[in-house]
Design a protein around this ligand. Sequence first.
Ligand SMILES: C=C(O[C@@H]1C=C(C(=O)O)C=C[C@H]1O)C(=O)O
Length: 271
Amino acid sequence: MKLGYINYLNCYPLYYEMMEKRPVSGVQLIPGYPSELNEMMRNEELDISPVSSAAYADIQDEVMILPEFCLGSVGYVRSVILVSNVPIEDLDGKTIGLSRASQTSVVLLKSLLKQYYHIDPIYQPSDPLPVLRDLDAALIIGNEAMTRNPEAVPYVYDLGDLWLRKTGFPVVFAVFVVRKKAMREQPETLKAIISSYHKSLGCLETERDIFIRKAGEKYPNIAYDISTYFRLIKYEFTQELKDALRFYFSVAGASGFLRQVNTLEFIPDSI
Ligand SMILES: C=C(O[C@@H]1C=C(C(=O)O)C=C[C@H]1O)C(=O)O
């Protein structure tokens, strides 16, 4: 089975067990930016992967969602930010760079600015770590949002925090999906991956110090406290986060930024 891995600190807690301790037999790990994994999932090059929640709208007919895991935040997340040379209210008609690594946060930012700020900026794709000199503002996600950046920026907005304050909802940035075909053909491998994710999250509690140290060794450029970050990211796909995801899809669908998602299709208990 080909299993995607978001090559960011945020995904590490679910993969610690299989990357640092016991590989899951029959599984080939494919690392990438979220947008790359989204694309590979669309092209049937991956069987199971975290994907941007926004990408689920495109592939909803071919996949099912793992009901227990997600990458989310209730408010402040730290790794999804809008950096800007002007206050957010003044971005009408201004140019905003959008990290090519992202899909969920791109749609989230566009929905927020359209529906809640009533402003209409010019968007352009940008490198994951953009040069702000050529832009008025930029959306940055993942590790790139947490590396020490020598460029001083007057305004930094945390999009998890902003979304909660404007809408009252948390954010689910990524969901874990499996192709229906792979689920039918290799249920045992799927179960082994799910079990490894559970064990991994268990290790985050039982051997926290070594876990955090290894995460820091894998991603040495992170400028923030990793232990705190692993508390900000929500890995358990709670009912509150499922409702938040439905809300996100309703806003993004109504804004015309995503295909409508009417139901979240989860894998059955009896795989
Ligand atoms: C919290 C994050 O969530 C992410 C944001 C994503 C997106 O915007 O499409 C996708 C996966 C996650 O990596 C982050 O990148 O820091």
